[in-house]
Design a protein around this ligand. Structure first.
Ligand code: ATP
Ligand code: MG
Length: 354
């Protein structure tokens, strides 16, 4: 069952993974309106619930160990659905195990450091899932589309001259490899929105008063640079989808499908890590059993020695009885159906013989 689920998830996300070393042309290679043929919107809510429950289960296991951590990088153009994806996909997880960090225009303090510094400061700890709402990839996206940002970074001449983007891709790949080698998986999701769907979502932000606060005139100015962003994304996806940290291009025009895909990629990563609850040594187990006996001896008169074990046993008994009743009903139903099926056949034969 678990293997079957893992297989279905792997199949769903396979077409979204950018093959390391491939040359991406975003507009031609990835359709923002793509949806797996086998999936219908009406089944989507149920599937997302399953994904969220799986994520919650794996996150509990991740939190119980202290070898691995997970960093999720979310990139999108404005109105791509980053906030909604985080809200829905992470809705089932224990907030203590997750941190979300958003990255805006860098502050003066941040500009006083190397460009990866502010991202390194927000990395998750072992056992944690860290989500970057925008990430170090802004350093080769917005900074590339608006090179004045690079001027503000107080770099030595050699670090901002020719070949700056290739150098940054290499540095980012190396940094992510370093993190992966040291137990931190890097999951990279690009929510790929079409220009027309962005227009619709911007209009919605204007038309619906409760969404007005989300609208910014700067977003419309960025939209004018659509082609430059598509180019910067294509270059970035080609250069930084690696064996150790591949990119996933999530079709973002249908929010419900995007959320299922995002959950699937994160669950897939956690399944690969396969975090396990730590087991205790034989000595420690022995100590626990001694304490258990002491606690049982403290039971007040009339109370079960171990109320937890008693409750578990009771629930297991009830579950067995429900299963037995169901099985009996199914057997009776099958017997009735076969006797019903038998009667007309007999009548038919009699009829034809007559
Ligand atoms: P929202 O959904 O609320 O609009 P947002 O992530 O778009 O969320 P904003 O405050 O609207 O947040 O925008 C943040 C801005 O900061 C973006 O335009 C982004 O391109 C910009 N930004 C992020 N990192 C950098 C960077 N390193 N240099 C320059 N600009 C950056
Ligand atoms: Mg914005």
């Amino acid at each position: 069952m678990a293997d079957e689920r893992a297989k279905r998830i792997a199949e769903l996300i396979k077409p979204l993974r950018v093959k390391p070393g491939s040359k991406v042309n975003l507009g031609e290679d990835y359709d923002p309106g793509y949806k797996a043929d086998s999936l219908k919107k009406k089944d989507g809510a149920e599937l997302l619930r399953t994904g969220i429950a799986l994520l919650a289960d794996y996150q509990r296991r991740l939190a119980a160990q202290n070898t691995y951590g997970v960093l999720v990088c979310l990139q999108a153009l404005d109105a791509g659905g980053k906030d909604g994806t985080i809200r829905h996909v992470m809705s089932g997880v224990n907030p203590q195990g997750v941190t979300v960090s958003g990255f805006k225009v860098p502050s003066a303090e941040e500009l006083d450091h190397d460009y990866l510094w502010r991202y390194a400061c927000r990395l998750p700890a072992r056992g944690q899932i860290g989500i970057f709402n925008r990430s170090h990839y802004e350093e080769v996206l917005v900074v590339r589309v608006h090179p004045e940002n690079l001027d503000r970074q107080q770099l030595p001449r050699a670090a901002k001259g020719k070949g700056v983007w290739e150098r940054r891709y290499r540095e980012i790949n190396d940094w992510e490899r370093y993190l992966t080698d040291n137990g931190f998986r890097v999951v990279k999701l690009f929510l790929n929105l079409s220009k027309e769907e962005q227009r619709t979502r911007f209009l919605k932000r204007i038309d619906v008063p409760e969404k007005n606060w989300k609208f910014s005139a700067a977003d419309v100015r960025e939209r004018e640079r659509w082609d430059d962003y598509q180019h910067a994304f294509s270059q970035m996806l080609s250069a930084t989808s690696t064996r150790w940290a591949p990119w996933y291009v999530i079709p973002a025009d249908r929010k419900w499908f995007a959320r299922i895909c995002a959950a699937a990629v994160i669950v897939h990563t956690l399944m690969e890590i396969d975090p396990r609850y730590p087991t205790v040594s034989a000595d420690r187990r022995q100590q626990l059993l001694t304490v258990r006996r002491e606690l049982e001896d403290e039971a007040p008169k009339g109370a079960p020695a171990d109320p937890f074990a008693a409750k578990e046993a009771n629930e297991a008994k009830e579950a067995r009885e429900v299963a037995a009743t169901k099985a009996r009903a199914a057997r009776n139903g099958a017997a009735r159906a076969s006797s019903r099926a038998g009667r007309p056949r007999a009548a038919g034969r009699t009829g034809s013989e007559a």
